[in-house]
Design a protein around this ligand. Structure first.
Ligand code: NAD
Length: 260
């Protein structure tokens, strides 16, 4: 005790992952960032976060489509910090297409990144967390872990699976002070959402405004995007003692979408 906690956040070079990493670093955790993108831009993000918070901020460029790379990233984070206390599985991609035209390689890629990568990182983290009697695993799922939308077969299937994985890891870790929960956001305006607007415009023959109001926010009763900071605050809460008995849950932050 007294040592800083060490966290690894996948897909944290942008969007929700960067928001979660920032919240954990501001709370005093050393963090490992991961994600794809321009090397110079990522180094700028890393250095800024380190300077703002005073914690150690590492970056691991692992491509999580590969299970071995997932395990290697966990192992090098644990080596660098002496342990891994908090694992946030956030990296994810989307692809929108009717099932009959859904490219098989897109299905495989989405299952690999949005579901299997979380299995591989949890698999590589669990033993050490159990041995040290401490671990907090947070999987960023989605409202699409609970309900479907047309044209998102792979994403919906992967996110439903991720909640199942969350429950299983929660049961296995329960007596070792290892907790595993999912956060299930509604629509958050990040690059992932921005990038699917053109595809949805094409698939549904709609304007950009129609896609935002009639598709993206159609089911979100508040008619507001979720803010990245709201997801980050909940992730941070799940690492505090007040959340010790939250285990195997999927916490919706979706403006009431899945209440319908
Ligand atoms: P984003 O596109 O802004 O960020 C995705 C991150 O994943 C980036 O850092 C990217 O570099 C990384 N990434 C992509 N492919 C990778 C790979 N092969 N290996 C390693 N990293 C990779 O997306 P976001 O909106 O911040 O989404 C983050 C998570 O939140 C995803 O799992 C997404 O499904 C989930 N989510 C997002 C929303 C939303 O509305 N934005 C809603 C519900 C759930």
């Amino acid at each position: 005790m007294g040592e800083r906690r060490a966290a690894l956040i996948t897909g944290s070079t942008s969007g929700i992952g960067l928001g979660v990493a920032t919240a954990l670093a501001k709370a005093g955790m050393d963090v490992t960032l991961n994600g794809l993108g321009d090397a110079g831009e990522i180094e700028r993000v890393r250095a800024t976060l380190a300077a703002e918070t005073g914690v150690v901020v590492r970056y691991d460029p692992a491509n999580l489509m590969d299970g071995g790379a997932c395990a290697g990233m966990v192992e090098s984070a644990a080596r660098a910090f002496g342990r891994l206390d908090v694992l946030v599985n956030n990296a994810g991609v989307q692809f929108v297409s009717p099932i009959e035209d859904f490219p098989i390689e897109k299905w495989d890629a989405i299952i690999a990144l949005n579901l299997s990568a979380a299995f591989h990182t949890i698999r590589a983290s669990m033993r050490g967390m159990k041995e040290r009697r401490y671990g907090r695993i947070i999987n960023i799922a989605s409202a699409h872990a609970h309900v479907a939308s047309p044209f998102k077969s792979a994403y919906v299937a992967a996110k439903h699976g991720l909640v199942g994985l969350t429950k299983t890891a929660a049961l296995e870790g329960a007596q070792f002070n290892v907790r595993c929960n999912a956060i299930s956001p509604g629509y958050v305006l990040t690059p992932l959402v921005e990038n699917q607007i053109p595809d949805t415009m094409r698939a549904r023959e709609m304007t950009r405004e129609q896609v935002i109001n009639d598709v993206l926010l159609a089911a979100q009763p508040t008619k507001q995007f979720v803010r990245i900071e709201e997801i980050a605050a909940l992730a941070l809460f799940l690492t505090t003692p007040a959340a010790d008995q939250i285990n195997g849950a999927s916490l919706s932050v979706d403006g009431g979408w899945t209440a319908q």
